[in-house]
Write a protein that binds this ligand. Sequence first.
Ligand code: SF4
Length: 314
Amino acid sequence: MKNKEIKILLSAPRGFCAGVERAIEIVEKSIQKFGSPVYVRHEIVHNKYVVDDLKSKGAVFVEELEEIEDKTRPVIFSAHGVPKKIPEDAKNYNMIYVDATCPLVSKVHREAENLNKAGYHIILIGHQDHPEVIGTMGQLPKGSIDLIQNEIEAKNYINKKNKKIAFVTQTTLSVDDTKEMIKILKDKFSDIREPFKEDICYATTNRQMAVKNIAKKCDIFFVIGSRNSSNSVRLVEVAKKSGCPNAQLIHSESKIPYDQIQNSNIIGISSGASAPEILVDNFIMDLKNRFTIKIDEVEIIKENVVFKIPKKLN
Ligand code: SF4
């Protein structure tokens, strides 16, 4: 096998975005400041490696505040954002809380709130049950937001409330699929109001563009990321749609398909916004142990976005 030469096209940008870096730093700084345990409501970001690492440092992950027996301990809200009720509940429990919601998700929350105040009924384009969608819908009273998940739902959407309508989106969607859904909505409702600045975030857009740029040159494409990571799953779809039908997610329980790699000359690699670079390094190291590897990093744009952590942790 070692004689087999394989070229890796390494997609860039890939991996951690500014929102994920900030969320992890918030957990680490909270442990330093308050000692352990520090509770985190929901996986801080959707990656097992990150969650396990933070557990080893003193974080305890729960799904709901009610699971926390010792409410004198602080709690952190994950990068995906939470419904308004959650910080209110934490206040009622007299808990210290730190909000690690990505500022780009908070932007969508404020947008939805302002549109609601201005008398709009809101359509949210996103995936049901994703914590970000639950968080965004939970910014407003029940019935203020309708969820649309695909083109069929966009085509069938009826403005039952008979109010002005506007749309917002989840931050980690497929750029191309979302464009299609928006086009359908705009064709149906010519005066639908759209966000001033796109809701799909810079990190999602850049990672998808980078994958699109190289996918058609690859015999096989791997995206390192967790199964519940929306932006990682989208990257697999983008690779498939952009010319590499054999695109696969490599998660914590994946078996690496060495037989398929053996039959490939060029492989593409990217990673989701919640996947640490060490997982990419380990994957490449594993391939290096079996094949002769040449790496070509293909970067389409430099990212220099940094988000500040809350003042109370400085
Ligand atoms: S993927 Fe985008 S919205 Fe999500 S945490 Fe990263 S920067 Fe924020």
